[in-house]
Design a protein around this ligand. Structure first.
Ligand SMILES: [Zn+2]
Length: 269
């Protein structure tokens, strides 16, 4: 009988040792299909350290539906139990080491089109570059838009469908919980996967910003007129003081001065 069949809960060291052994076995199995396992490795206590990873985990922890299983999930992922994790459009698949090896599949709905359009509009002109976006160097306003509970980028429980091959009856078993934390850790390294998972193009947030910036700049030039002078080589600064309509043409009457000016001139005579 193997140690993990004992009734007692295995120690952290035992869990880690077993995860390493199973990981090696899984690598051999996957090698036949030409694929390497992509396990989740957590250094230290923090599961996620960047904005994207932390925001994913914060979203997860903000729902009471998941509360009960999350602590075991944290412990599992920290002990290296997520041996393989694959994140694609709308779908997360993973292999988790527990009493046995379990297959986890999590389906996540795409961001509804109207919600994405709204987010792009709200973020227009707010995100300077792709690097800023992926590094999470964003304004408070953009952070609020992206992490908005109802209209943001992170999924609500109703948008998540979970399945695990273990015999646990719970919707979110500890293996699924471990995978959900593993996803947060993966977003630390590859935040663009969040956008892929939700089936939206992160480049569109930047494109919107760039387009708006261009129109803003051209608007400034047109309204202020400060650059038009240099473009057309004319002295625009003089124009408001001597509009063509006020210039008295030779032989013509021109426009009469205002009543006050006329009275002042008569008084001066
Ligand atoms: Zn399970």
């Amino acid at each position: 009988m193997s140690w993990w069949n004992y009734a007692r809960k295995p120690s952290v060291l035992e869990q880690r040792r077993r995860a390493v052994q199973e990981s090696q076995r899984l690598a051999k199995r996957l090698a036949k299909t030409g694929r390497k396992p992509s396990g989740v490795v957590i250094d230290g206590r923090a599961i996620a350290r960047t904005f994207w990873g932390k925001a994913w985990c914060d979203n997860l922890e903000s729902y009471r539906d998941f509360e009960y299983r999350l602590p075991r999930g944290r412990s599992y992922v920290r002990n290296g139990a997520v041996l393989d994790l694959d994140i694609r459009a709308g779908r997360i698949t993973a292999v988790v080491c527990g009493t046995s090896l379990y297959d986890v599949e999590i389906k996540i709905k795409s961001v509804a089109a109207p919600r994405w359009v709204r987010m792009k509009t709200q973020c227009s002109g707010e995100i300077g570059s792709l690097i800023e976006l992926l590094e999470g160097r964003l304004s408070e306003r953009v952070l609020q838009i992206i992490t908005h509970r109802e209209q943001g980028l992170f999924p609500k429980p109703a948008e998540i469908e979970m399945a695990c091959s273990c015999p646990d009856w719970a919707t979110m078993c500890k293996h699924v919980a471990a995978v959900m934390y593993g996803v947060g850790a993966r977003f630390d390294r590859q935040p663009e996967l969040l956008f892929e998972l939700r089936k939206v193009d992160h480049q569109e947030l930047i494109a919107q910003a760039t387009n708006l910036e261009v129109s803003r700049r051209s608007g400034r030039k047109t309204l202020a007129g400060e650059d038009l002078g240099s473009v057309f080589g004319i002295e625009l600064a003089e124009a408001p003081r001597a509009p063509p309509a006020r210039v008295k043409k030779p032989g013509g009457k021109g426009r009469s001065p205002t009543r006050r000016k006329k009275r002042a001139r008569q008084a001066a005579r």
